[in-house]
Design a protein around this ligand. Structure first.
Ligand code: ATP
Length: 239
């Protein structure tokens, strides 16, 4: 059986960077933010339901979701937020599990067109792509996969995982790196950070902490150690 490990951290802490380092070791990972976008792409059941509920104004001219319009609508009518969450929550959860446990090999199509069944598109068997990846170790050789989620601990997504890895940097570094990367103001980033879990609380819930306030070579070493530990632990206790 495949075990699921969660990887989280505050905005700009380095989740994507660390996920890539796990990926170098052949670990399959899925980003919850990517999935949340994929489930409302044109052609999905969810976008159809949303359009039926809110009317065509919820779409942009190209048929994609008008997020700004939807955000405003939800702000004005909080009940609509509940409706939307009730719709999307189970779809995202199911899709996360689907992509975690039935990884398709690297696809020539952009993620949204990969066509997982739960998105309403037609695909062959979930395992159809197995073994076609080039230069990539089969994920089935490893006993665990990674769920990358900024809100792993804030939402019930943590229920999906057996271990929690926290990517940790001091708040000043988080702020600095995010401002540089997104060209955001200090205030914008601080507002987002204030809405997320506090650093010490997050770290207190970690099974493993990756200190990302270090050069990449050192972070790579930490990831390797963490990976070796999980492989050992999960092989010892078959799920
Ligand atoms: P978000 O939650 O906003 O998606 P994230 O947690 O995925 O962010 P990254 O995008 O991986 O964070 O990293 C944030 C920024 O910091 C990026 O510009 C990245 O290149 C840089 N960065 C990440 N790790 C390091 C490091 N060890 N040393 C220097 N820069 C780093």
């Amino acid at each position: 059986e495949t075990h699921i490990v969660g990887l989280t951290g505050g905005i700009g802490s380095g989740k994507s960077t660390v996920a890539r380092l796990f990926g170098e070791l052949g670990v399959h990972w899925v980003d919850a933010d990517d999935v949340a976008r994929q489930v409302v792409e044109p052609g999905t059941h969810a976008l159809k339901a949303i359009t039926e509920h809110f009317g065509p104004e919820v779409l942009q001219a190209d048929g994609s979701l008008n997020r700004a319009w939807l955000r405003q609508r939800i702000f004005e009518a909080p009940g609509e937020k509940e409706w939307l969450e009730a719709l999307l929550h189970p779809i995202i959860r199911k899709e996360l599990m689907n992509q975690l446990l039935y990884p398709l090999s690297p696809s020539p199509l952009p993620p949204g067109e990969r066509g997982y069944t739960t998105l309403g598109a037609n695909i062959p068997s979930p395992l159809a792509g197995e073994g076609q990846g080039e230069g990539r170790k089969s994920t089935y050789d490893l006993p665990y996969v990674l769920l990358i989620s900024p809100l792993l601990l804030e939402t019930d997504q943590h229920e999906l995982v057996e271990r929690v890895v926290v990517v940790d940097v001091p708040e000043s570094v988080q702020l600095e790196r995010t401002m540089v990367r997104d060209d955001n103001s200090r205030q914008q980033v601080e507002r987002i950070m204030a809405a997320q879990m506090a650093r010490d609380e997050r770290c207190a819930r970690a099974d493993a902490i990756i200190n990302n306030n270090n050069p990449l070579a050192d972070v790579r070493r930490q990831v390797r150690e963490c990976h070796d530990r999980f492989v050992q632990e999960f092989v010892k206790t078959p799920g």
